[in-house]
Design a protein around this ligand. Structure first.
Ligand code: ASP
Length: 331
C-alpha cells in the first residue's frame, strides 16, 4: 500500500530542544532525525522548519505564519503535523482552528514534556499518535498528546510536567490509541461548513481578565483607554460577577464604548450560564456575550479572530452563538 504523505512543520518547543547552559533551547528538526527515521517506515515525510521558538514566544504573528504555511502547502499531502511547545499549544491550535475554516485535511499539533533527546521522552509516542491522526483522512485541526487526540479548540494544558499534559475540556476525545490502534469517534469531528479558506486577520487588542472578589471596576476603563476592543472575563461559577459596590459599572461602560465583553467561567469544567442567577441576568441586560462551555483559550482566540474580521459588537455576539469548529456544544 502506498504510504501516506505527511508534512511535518516544526516550530521548536521542548520536543525539539537540547539542554544548554541556559536550560532547554529549541533546535531545528535535525534533533528529530532518529525518531523521524522510525516514522518513515510507515509514512512518506516532508519536513519544514518554519520557526525555532519556545512556545512562550509564539504570538499572533506566528499563528499567521503557521496558518499560511498549512494553507499554502497542503496540496499533495494527506495530512500535516505541527510540532510545537506545549505551553501555548492550546492557544495556537485554537487560533488555527478559526483561521482555517473548512480545512480539508487533518492538521495535528503535538509536542512533548521531555525532549526527544532524552531516552525517556514522551515525544516518540506523541509523534506516533499525531502521524496516525494526520494519516486518518479526517479533516480538522487537532492536538495529539499522551495517546489521545482532541479538537484543537477544546484542548487545555492542565499539567505542567506530567505526560498527560492536555485534556479535552467539555468535549469527548476525537480519538484514542488502544489495542485496536487509533480509534476515531466520528461524532466528535468538527463540522465542515465551507470550502477551505485562509482568514488570518487577528485583532491583538483582546484582554483576558480573571475576576477576583472586590476587583476594582475601573480596570475596565483602563482597558478601554488602552485601546482594547474585546475582553474575555473569567467570572465566578456559572458566570457571576459582583454587582454590589458599583461592580457592574466598568462592564457597562465598556459595552457602551463598543467593546465586546465575553463572559466565561473560571471553573475548568462545565458551561457558564448567566440566566440562572440574578447577578448573571443583570449582566446579560448590559449586552455581554455568553461564552457558554468554551474554554478560555477558545473564547480568547475566537474573539481575536472575530474582531480581526472587522466584526462589530452585534456581529461578534451572533458569531458567539454559532458553533464554528466544535468549540461550543450545540444546544
Ligand atoms: N517551554 C516549552 C514550550 O512551550 C514547554 C514545552 O514545549 O513543553 O516551548
Amino acid at each position: 500500500m502506498k504510504k501516506k504523505h505527511i508534512l511535518l512543520l516544526t516550530t521548536g518547543g521542548t520536543i525539539a530542544s537540547l539542554s544548554g547552559e541556559d536550560g532547554l533551547t529549541p533546535q531545528c528538526s535535525g534533533v528529530m532525525d532518529r525518531d523521524l527515521q522510525q516514522l518513515r517506515i510507515h509514512y512518506d515525510i516532508t519536513v519544514r522548519d518554519i520557526l525555532c521558538l519556545d512556545s512562550s514566544n509564539i504570538c499572533p504573528r506566528e499563528w499567521q505564519l503557521i496558518a499560511r504555511q498549512i494553507f499554502e502547502n497542503r496540496a499533495g499531502f494527506d495530512g500535516i503535523v505541527v510540532s510545537h511547545g506545549t505551553d501555548t499549544m492550546a492557544y495556537t491550535a485554537s487560533a488555527i482552528s478559526f483561521m482555517l475554516p473548512g480545512i480539508d485535511l487533518p492538521v495535528v499539533f503535538t509536542g512533548s514534556q521531555l525532549p526527544l533527546s532524552d531516552i525517556l521522552s514522551d515525544g516518540p509516542d506523541n509523534l506516533r499518535t499525531a502521524f496516525a491522526m494526520a494519516a486518518s483522512g479526517f479533516p480538522g485541526v487537532f492536538l495529539a498528546f499522551d495517546r489521545k487526540v482532541m479538537l484543537g479548540c477544546r484542548a487545555v494544558k492542565v499539567r505542567a510536567s506530567n505526560f498527560s499534559a492536555f485534556e479535552s475540556v467539555n468535549a469527548r476525545y476525537v480519538a484514542e490509541v488502544s489495542n485496536l490502534g487509533l480509534v476515531v469517534d466520528e461524532s466528535v469531528l468538527p463540522p465542515r461548513k465551507s470550502l477551505p479558506t485562509l482568514q488570518d486577520n487577528i485583532c491583538e487588542n483582546v484582554f483576558l481578565l480573571k475576576l477576583t472578589p472586590g476587583l476594582n471596576p475601573a480596570v475596565f476603563d483602563m482597558l478601554a483607554a488602552m485601546g482594547y476592543k474585546g475582553i474575555v472575563v473569567e467570572a465566578f461559577g456559572l458566570g457571576g460577577i459582583h454587582v454590589l459596590n458599583k461592580g457592574l459599572r466598568g462592564i457597562r461602560r465598556a459595552v457602551e464604548d463598543g467593546i465586546s465583553v465575553v463572559i466565561t467561567t473560571q471553573c475548568l469544567y462545565d458551561s457558564s450560564n448567566l440566566r440562572v442567577y440574578q447577578v448573571g441576568n443583570q449582566l446579560l441586560e448590559l449586552g455581554v456575550i455568553q461564552g457558554r462551555d468554551m474554554n478560555s483559550e477558545a473564547a480568547m482566540t475566537k474573539l481575536m479572530w472575530a474582531l480581526g474580521q472587522g466584526m462589530d459588537q452585534k456581529q461578534v455576539a451572533a458569531l458567539f452563538a454559532e458553533n464554528l469548529t466544535g468549540e461550543i456544544t450545540e444546544e
